[in-house]
Design a protein around this ligand. Structure first.
Ligand code: NZQ
Ligand code: ZN
Length: 392
């Protein structure tokens, strides 16, 4: 039955070829002192850096830069950005690149109005007050950060990967052509991330017809166009459909009217990528089928119908084969899909063993925003360790 919901979508999405040219209009009225943030150089190779700099210069902006923001962005980059904002009186931020650059920019924008260390804001979201306005040009279809308020930051010292919240971009520009150069492994990781955002909200106890449809459309779109984008990286339609889908992953639309999800695969994956250097989407592709299998085993009467619905409506399984068989087949086909897009590894391939699994299971229960006992099959410490071990 449809549940109560809140949906807050304040970000202006500007999607389409060449639409970066509208950045100058979008930033009007937000000031002149801008912090331009980016990662390791992909934005220079694709010409986006020069384009954006010219637009900002033509708009009369004084530009300060923070470069070298790494995947799984680190708190050190946030601290460096906050320092620039405070010293220079930055009025707004323009983030160009993937989700990591945008997430880091969100944390910087919150830290700019906070007196203490910005890591406090990641640990204590309730201390976040004002934040600087953020504009972005996203160049990788994956996180959905362009349409949500979260910014995930890693602290290598404390082995934690957690998020600031409530920090929505003012406007996000999405041009599929800027994603043409995303390498195959990152494209696959992005596809997996979008699918996981959907599974997290789709595979819950109670659904609603309207958001069943949103979720199933997301899964069908990405499973159809993702492999085309991988084979033909400059296929505008395929890149465009996947990029469009990415925005809706974490904005709340997919969970509309459904049992709220504690996002178990994300909680577990963030523990893994806090300890080890693993791409977020790859970790999710490895963990997700094992989470599904655990959930089916632990709570078959609730989980089997949901997985079977996914099997029939998304994967084209035959309803006549029955709920139990289709639930199992849906899990197999999900794992098969991840392998088909080139994610064939297990956690072991990243040098991971079970040394820290107990600490991860303890930490996720303590620090993660979601309560794992509310997952479609409740997850306790032993369950988290079991899923991690199955993923080795
Ligand atoms: O650093 P550069 O040189 O820009 O290269 C990046 C990086 O090496 C490269 N890249 C990006 N766009 C490219 C490109 N290479 C060629 N052509 C382009 N057009 O791709 C690499 C990965 O970039 P990154 O930004 O790290 O990837 P992604 O967008 O997948 O972001 C991953 C981070 O987002 C977090 C993840 O945990 C991870 O830290 N997430 C953020 C969420 C959110 N804010 O809502 C939700 C997600 O669930 C996720 O947790
Ligand atoms: Zn994700």
């Amino acid at each position: 039955m449809i549940q109560s919901y809140d949906l807050y979508l304040p970000t202006h999405l500007v999607f389409g070829k060449g639409r970066v040219s509208e950045l100058g209009n979008l930033i009007k009225g937000y000031g002149k002192k801008v912090l331009l943030t980016y990662g390791g150089g992909s934005v220079k190779r694709i010409g986006l850096y020069d384009t954006v700099k010219k637009i900002l210069t033509d708009a009369g902006c004084e530009i300060f830069e923070l470069s070298g923001i790494a995947p799984n962005p680190k708190i050190e980059s946030v601290r460096a950005g906050v320092e620039i904002c405070k010293k220079e009186g930055i009025e707004f931020i323009v983030s160009i690149g993937g989700g990591s650059t945008l997430d880091c920019s969100k944390a910087i924008s919150c830290g700019a109005f906070y007196d203490g260390d910005p890591w406090d804001l990641v640990i204590h979201n309730d201390r976040i007050g004002r934040h600087l306005p953020i504009f972005d040009v996203i160049t990788l279809a994956a996180t959905g950060s362009e349409y949500d308020g979260g910014g995930v930051i890693t602290n290598e010292e404390t082995k934690e990967k957690l998020s600031v919240g409530g920090c929505y971009p003012v406007a996000s520009i999405l041009d599929p052509e800027y994603t043409f150069t995303v390498p195959a492994n990152q494209t696959a990781a992005g596809i997996s991330d979008i699918l996981s955002h959907t599974f997290e909200q789709y595979i819950v106890a109670e659904g609603s017809m309207i958001s069943d449809g949103f979720c199933e459309s997301m899964l069908k779109t990405v499973m159809h166009f993702g492999p085309i984008a991988l084979k033909d990286p400059t296929n505008f339609e395929a890149r465009g459909e996947v990029l469009a889908a990415s925005s809706f992953g974490c904005c709340g639309l997919l969970g509309l009217g459904r049992t709220p999800s504690p996002w178990p695969c994300h909680g577990i994956e963030h523990e893994v990528s806090a300890w080890y250097d693993i791409t977020h989407g790859v970790g999710l592709a490895i963990i997700t089928p094992h989470w599904m299998a655990y959930s089916l085993k632990a709570n078959p009467s609730v989980v089997a119908p949901r997985l079977a619905q996914y099997g029939v409506n998304v994967l084209g399984l035959n309803p006549a084969d029955g709920v139990e068989a289709n639930a199992k087949k849906a899990i197999e086909k999900t794992a098969e899909f991840f392998r088909s897009i080139g994610i064939t590894q297990t956690l072991k391939d990243f040098g991971i063993d079970d040394t820290h699994f107990d600490e991860m299971a303890d930490h996720v229960a303590k620090a993660w925003f979601g309560d794992f006992s509310t997952a479609i099959a409740p997850l306790d410490h032993a369950a988290v360790v079991e899923i991690l071990k199955a993923s080795l």
